[in-house]
Design a protein around this ligand. Structure first.
Ligand code: PBG
Length: 330
């Protein structure tokens, strides 16, 4: 009779030794809640492809923000879902000082000054064609003209009190250009969260419904600026450039199918690295849970813990409030 020379199960036998050797523990402070903002008052519009997620008018958004504060969630990421009437070819509503994002930011900062706010910087909710940038006569998204628009959008958000501007557009050189513009205007404390490794993913479908860009985009795609799903060396090059250009934090997006990229990014650069569990990932988990096929609490906490294990410092997720409640035993 021979015995195993190492018994891995010894440490797994009891809860106390499992707790002692646990390498990564998810906390509410790891989470960033994601919210969609709409016009109006008292408005809560369900997003059909994301059961449990609602687009909120600013007064309702304040309640959500209050809940984030109560639960110890450090920040809220805002995405505007403006009505179709403000969409134009040049997206000018994006930098209207009294536009939806700017009003939401001022209201939130007034009510909850310590809650971090992250503003999406991309033109897709504001363009008639649903692309993240300005297009030429062939429909190609033009790099430098788009950056000029993103600068105006970033400055408008910074002026309203946004803590982080988060360019999600994937134009070349936009981080450096936005950084210079912020410095020049005196916004030296405005942080930049760069969507550095953003893939051309089919997992964004429900989000495009939520911000109302899906119909405008139609059969179009974003392959000329978002990254090819098959690449990860390219992700490291993108991240390196964004760090050089002055990003304060970088991001990998989507999350669950890209844990390898997250790990490589964290190991290579060691900078604050965020991950985005996107709308399609939410929809997938939620649909299975609603069918009784998966245990929602267990799979959500497992997926979020996996991000930490893979190297994430913070996680953008539509589950942030639910997860924080579960973590606190509520
Ligand atoms: C667009 C943007 C997208 C998301 C965040 N910003 C979609 C896209 O690139 O088409 C996706 C987020 C999600 O799916 O949850 N600037």
């Amino acid at each position: 009779m021979s015995y195993p020379s190492v018994r891995m199960r010894r440490m797994r036998r009891d809860a106390f030794s499992r707790a002692l050797m646990r390498e990564h523990t998810l906390l509410p402070t790891d989470l960033i809640m994601v919210a969609f903002v709409i016009e109006g008052e008292g408005q809560r519009e369900p997003v059909p492809s994301m059961p449990g997620v609602e687009r909120l008018s600013i007064d309702q958004l304040l309640k959500l923000a209050g809940e984030c504060v109560r639960l110890g969630i450090p920040a809220l990421a805002l995405f505007p879902s403006p009505g179709s009437t403000v969409k134009t070819e040049d997206a000018r509503e994006a930098w209207n000082p009294d536009g939806l994002m700017q009003r939401a930011t001022r209201a939130l900062k007034k009510a909850y000054p310590d809650l971090g706010l992250i503003g999406d910087v991309a033109l897709d909710p504001y363009t008639t064609h649903g692309q993240d940038g300005l297009i030429d006569e062939h429909g190609y998204v033009m790099n430098e003209p788009t950056i000029e628009a993103l600068i105006k959008m970033s400055l408008a958000q910074a002026a309203a009190g946004m803590d982080f501007v988060a360019p999600s557009d994937m134009m070349d050189g936009r981080i450096g250009a936005i950084r210079d513009a912020l410095e020049e205007a005196g916004y030296i404390h405005t942080r930049i969260l760069a969507y550095s490794a953003k893939y051309a993913s089919a997992f964004y479908g429900p989000f495009r419904d939520a911000v109302g860009s899906a119909g405008n985009l139609g059969k179009g795609n974003k392959h000329t600026y978002q990254m090819d799903v098959g690449n990860s060396d390219e992700a490291l090059r993108e991240i390196e450039l964004d760090i050089q250009e002055g990003a304060d934090a970088v991001m990998v997006k989507p999350g669950m199918p890209y844990l390898d990229v997250l790990r490589r990014a964290k190991d290579t650069f060691g900078v604050p690295t965020f991950v985005y569990q996107v709308s399609g990932e939410y929809a997938m988990l939620k649909a299975a849970a609603l069918n009784g096929w998966l245990d929602e609490k267990a799979v959500v906490l497992e997926s979020l813990t996996a991000f930490k294990r893979a190297g994430a410092d913070a996680i953008l997720t539509y589950f942030a409030i639910d997860a924080a409640r579960w973590l606190r035993g509520e």
